[in-house]
Design a protein around this ligand. Structure first.
Ligand code: HCA
Ligand code: CU
Length: 396
């Protein structure tokens, strides 16, 4: 298991550029590269320099920034492409070719033997130039196992630095990923990378299983942006690893995640989803009275991620019918109001009744608490009857 020694290949500037809303200019690419480097990702992958003249210029510029992370660029499996990739000055070239029958038939038209010949030629060429090379098979999970292993073993035998498994269409399940990576781990000595799309919602689980099975590298993009609905999101992978053991991700600058998600969301014209891992607006929001009570006693009761570790803050929502008197009491304390438990329970009852009638806000709760604190005696008297009736419901 290589959970303790994994590397992130951050592909926002390659797979992420394939997101329909992405059209990064040079300044934006540079800002993303700096942020990801500050966060601590081990590698950044760039779009093929053959994609457009600007892509070539930008790759050269990013390779010269002097970042701590390795700069890689994606290319097709062709000597001419690899040569241009090397010319940009990057640290590594990520070569890819489709191996599924579908892609062999409808994309490049090559047989497996031809693919192996091309792979060997390109891998040995890049190695001869003193540059790291990765060889990946597109649509690995709809490729024949024996074909995959033949190709991987061939490039491994001539010293490829890394082989890549790509779940191009998001079809793989975590178990299938675990099995394929485990088998590959037994067959090759080079590093193993996993790239997983999220069409059926398994991208984070699949990346995690790949690491658990012995993969050394996983691909991510900020917010998971990429072709269609994208790939494993950086924040989601971090959340998954942190939940397993916070020490797994203490090599990264976790509080920077919020700025990274915000920056890229803005650049590609989307909002951070409300339910996003770590940085979504509700990621650390608690509502039900029972949850709020326990959270106030010990946050770990309902939180596996510590918001503070990510520079985020917890929010306990109290202005609704599911509220509980412990949460209301906590709010009164925050406001510096001294109210007896009996009074707090009565206020809680009142809030619940009110929330049944209309949507209420925290301001409504605050003014209620203040009013009751001021007119405690009188109000307690008038509400006692009502409070008695549903006392059982409120007390917990
Ligand atoms: C692509 C396909 C790719 C490549 C992955 C890889 C995929 O858009 O070129 O290089 O490992 O999902 O198969 O992103
Ligand atoms: Cu992809």
């Amino acid at each position: 298991m290589s959970l303790n020694h994994f590397n992130i290949i951050e592909s926002t500037l390659r797979e992420g550029e394939q997101f329909v809303g992405a059209n990064f200019n040079t300044v934006q690419k540079t800002e993303i590269a700096y942020l990801l480097d500050d966060f601590g990702v081990e590698c950044i992958e760039l779009t093929s320099p053959l994609a457009s003249p600007q892509s070539f210029t930008d790759a050269c510029a990013i390779a010269k920034l002097g970042l701590k992370c390795k700069i890689l660029t994606h290319t097709r499996c062709r000597i001419e492409d690899a040569q241009i990739a090397i010319d940009t000055g990057v640290d590594g070239v990520d070569v890819v070719i489709g191996t599924s029958s579908m892609l062999r038939r409808f994309s490049h038209g090559k047989a497996i033997d031809e693919i192996i010949d091309m792979a060997l030629e390109v891998v040995s060429f890049v190695r001869s130039q003193g540059i790291a090379v990765r060889f990946s098979t597109e649509d690995s999970f709809r490729s024949k196992r024996e074909d995959l292993f033949r190709v991987y073993e061939a490039v491994d035998s001539i010293g490829v630095n890394r082989v890549g498994i790509a779940d191009t269409v998001g079809i793989a399940t975590p178990r299938q990923v675990y099995e394929l990576v485990s088998e590959l781990r037994r067959r090759v000595v080079c590093d193993i990378e996993f790239h997983g799309h999220n069409d059926s919602g398994c991208a984070i689980a699949n990346a995690f299983e790949a690491l658990d099975a012995g993969a050394t590298h996983v691909d991510t993009t900020v917010l998971g942006i990429g072709e269609r609905n994208g790939i494993t999101p950086l924040g989601g992978l971090i959340a998954r690893l942190y939940a397993t053991a916070p020490t797994l991700v203490n090599k990264y600058n976790l509080p920077l995640l919020r700025k990274i998600d915000n920056t890229v969301a803005q650049m590609v014209g989307v909002d951070i989803p409300f339910n996003n891992y770590i940085t979504g607006i509700t990621a650390f929001t608690h509502k039900a009275g029972i949850h709020a009570k326990a959270i106030l006693n010990n946050p770990e009761t309902y939180e596996i991620l510590d918001p503070q570790a990510f520079g985020m803050t917890r929010y306990v929502s109290i202005a609704h019918r599911l509220t509980g008197w412990n949460a209301i009491k906590n709010r009164a304390e925050q406001l510096g109001l001294s109210l007896s438990d009996e009074t707090i329970k009565a206020i809680t009852t009142h809030i619940k009744t009110l929330a049944d009638e209309k949507q209420i806000s925290l301001d409504d709760v605050d003014s209620l608490l203040r009013r009751w604190a001021n007119e405690q005696q009188a109000l307690v008297a008038t509400e006692t009857a009502a409070a008695e009736v549903i006392k059982e419901r409120v007390a917990d």
